[in-house]
Each structure stands twice: as structure tokens, then as C-alpha cells.
Design a protein around this ligand. Structure first.
Ligand code: HSE
Length: 338
């Protein structure tokens, strides 16, 4: 498989590490040999070579904050021109998320699909805003459009809905969808300040480039919208659902709730009501005995209410470098492996 990586920040680098580390395993188990032909990054610069670039060198340069444009095979053009001209089988789109506009990622995805490439993206903007349009384009072009990393990073959620729960009717999906806010609430309960916890979440690579997207609930809202669109087939936009973040929750309120046997969690949910699909994001006081109350730190959790299995709950990583890089890897295996 000839791969193009667009966006070489936390996620792109996490994927590159995994591709290097698991090269033999991919070959032996999945009959998959991945050649990265190009990397395009708005800040770091770009490299491209039809025969493959040196991924380890590019990764080393990115980690050392050295411009990719100083490496052999430097590419002097923007991501869109590379995608249009590239000879690649699949594109990984891992640029920063803009939940309000979906730019520039949506343009990258459209161009890659038009060019006949499979696409995997970890970018929530295009999915929350244009899922149906992009999925139809992929179908028309006969390529795969995968986005496991948009909800709960590499923890299986969209694969679970698409494959393992395929014969089930899901009436509700509910849980903790944002690692940064869950981490902040957990840290505040331990007596740490909101500011320190947010800073730490940024250092650990959980927080979005614009932290408002986490703390005001927009990130969880994007994920709720993706679940509604891709999970329930609903034609919805983020603005269709009410959304409230955690910025009004004080340390006093957290302590007071705890004394009453409750814990604040930012809960995202999507459910069917008659023919309609509803969704919401809001802090809820969860009883300590409830399974979601025990989910601490950056961990996420989602419960699927099904007609065949009752409740199915998945608990796992919701953010992070390797965790989200892995989501792209599993989509690459699904697109090109055996
Ligand atoms: N900022 C997001 C979070 C990253 O904290 O969960 C994963 O979407």
C-alpha cells in the first residue's frame, strides 16, 4: 500500500511510529507492506517521492522540530496539490480539527476520494459536517472512507457499530466522549486547579489545538453528531443538538456532589425517539455506583443500548498519540490488509 500522510502532528507521528514498529507484523500477519510516499504538513513542510520517502528520518526531523523541507525529497507545494498529483492508494488525514468549518480537512478528503484513494481520517470536522456527502463520494469512487479515530481514538467504536453490532438495533449510545474534560474533572476532584489540569492535558496531547473545543463541549458534540450520522444514519449537524461544557463547574461543586455520592461527568448521548434521532452534550451528576462514574482521567466510555445484547459498554483510550495513531493503522489494515 502506498500511503500519503496529511498532517504530521501528534496523530501523524503516532501512526509513523506504529508503521515502523509493526512493519514485520503487518507483512507477516496482514500481508500488508506500507510505503509512505508523501507527508504534507502546513507548519513542518512536506516531502514526496513516488518510490517512497524515508519515514524514520521524517519522524526524527518532526520530533526535533526541524523542517521537513530540508530533507531529501522536499516537496514545494501545499497539501491539496500533493493529494491531487500523488500516486497513492490511501490518504491519512490528520490535520487539526476545525469543528465549525471542517477546513482544510474536508477539501483534502474530497480531493483524495476524487483521486481514487481510500481515506482514513481522525479529523472530526469533516465527519460532523459532511459525513453523508463524503461517504457517497467514496461509494461512487469505489474506495473506503474510514474514520475510526474520530470517536474514542483507536478504541473500537465505529468498527463495532459497523461490523460487530451489525445485526442489532441500537436505541441509544451514551457516555464520556472527551478525554480532556474527564481528565480535568478528575484532577479537580484531587484538588488540582482547572488551569493546571488543562495545561497538563495539552502537554499530554489530549487537548485540541483550541482548548475551547474541549471545555465548551464542542469536541464531544462533534462526536455525538458523528455517532448520529454514521451510527444512526441521521442527516444532522452539530447545531441541531444542545451543548454545554464544563467551564461552569467549580471545585466546590465537585466536592459538594462527591459528599452526596455523585460525580460530575460530561455526558454525550444520541438516541432514537420515534423516527427522530436526538443528541445532547451536558455535564451530569452521575451516581457513584454507576459504571460511568468510575471512568477517570483521559479514559472514555460508551454504552450501546441494543435489542440483542442489552447494554454493551466499551471503556478505553479516547485521546493520545499512539492511541489515535493506532486508529489510522487499523483503518489502513481494513482497507489494504488481508
Ligand atoms: N481533545 C480530544 C479529547 C481528543 O480530549 O478527547 C480526542 O478527540
Amino acid at each position: 500500500m502506498r500511503l500519503l500522510i496529511v498532517g504530521f502532528g501528534t496523530v501523524g507521528q503516532g501512526l509513523a511510529e506504529l508503521l515502523i514498529e509493526k512493519k514485520q507484523q503487518l507483512h507477516d500477519i496482514h500481508k500488508l507492506d506500507v510505503t509512505v510516499v508523501g507527508i504534507a504538513d502546513m507548519l513542518k513542510g512536506s516531502v514526496y517521492n513516488d518510490d517512497g520517502i524515508d519515514l524514520a528520518t521524517a519522524l526524527e526531523a518532526a520530533k526535533a522540530n526541524k523542517p521537513l523541507g530540508e530533507l531529501p525529497n522536499a516537496y514545494d507545494g501545499d497539501a491539496l496539490s500533493m493529494i491531487k498529483a500523488a500516486k497513492a492508494d490511501m490518504m491519512v488525514e490528520a490535520t487539526y480539527t476545525d469543528i465549525k468549518t471542517g477546513k482544510p480537512a474536508t477539501g483534502h478528503i474530497r480531493a483524495a476520494l476524487e483521486n481514487g484513494m481510500h481515506v482514513t481520517t481522525t479529523n472530526k470536522g469533516p465527519l460532523a459536517l459532511y459525513y453523508h456527502e463524503l461517504a457517497q463520494l467514496a461509494e461512487a469512487k469505489g474506495v473506503k472512507f474510514l474514520f475510526e479515530g474520530t470517536v474514542m481514538s483507536g478504541s473500537p467504536v465505529l468498527n463495532l457499530i459497523r461490523e460487530t453490532l451489525a445485526g442489532s438495533d441500537i436505541s441509544e449510545i451514551k457516555g464520556i466522549l472527551n478525554g480532556t474534560t474527564n481528565y480535568i474533572l478528575s484532577e479537580m476532584e484531587e484538588g488540582n486547579s482547572y488551569e493546571d489540569a488543562l495545561k497538563k492535558a495539552q502537554e499530554l496531547g489530549y487537548a485540541e489545538a483550541v482548548p475551547d473545543a474541549d471545555v465548551l463541549g464542542w469536541d464531544a458534540l462533534a462526536k455525538v453528531t458523528i455517532l448520529a450520522a454514521a451510527g444512526f444514519g441521521a442527516r444532522v449537524k452539530p447545531d441541531d443538538f444542545p451543548c454545554k461544557g464544563i467551564t461552569e463547574i467549580t471545585a466546590e461543586a465537585i466536592a459538594e456532589a462527591k459528599a452526596r455520592g455523585k460525580r460530575f461527568k460530561l455526558i454525550g448521548k444520541v438516541w432514537r425517539e420515534g423516527n427522530q434521532v436526538k443528541g445532547s452534550v451536558a455535564p451530569e451528576e452521575i451516581d457513584m455506583s454507576h459504571p460511568l462514574a468510575g471512568i477517570m482521567g483521559a479514559t472514555n466510555a460508551l454504552t450501546f443500548a441494543t435489542d440483542t445484547l442489552g447494554d454493551v459498554t466499551i471503556v478505553g483510550a479516547g485521546a493520545g498519540r499512539i492511541e489515535t495513531g493506532y486508529s489510522a493503522l487499523v483503518d489502513i489494515i481494513h482497507a489494504g490488509g488481508k
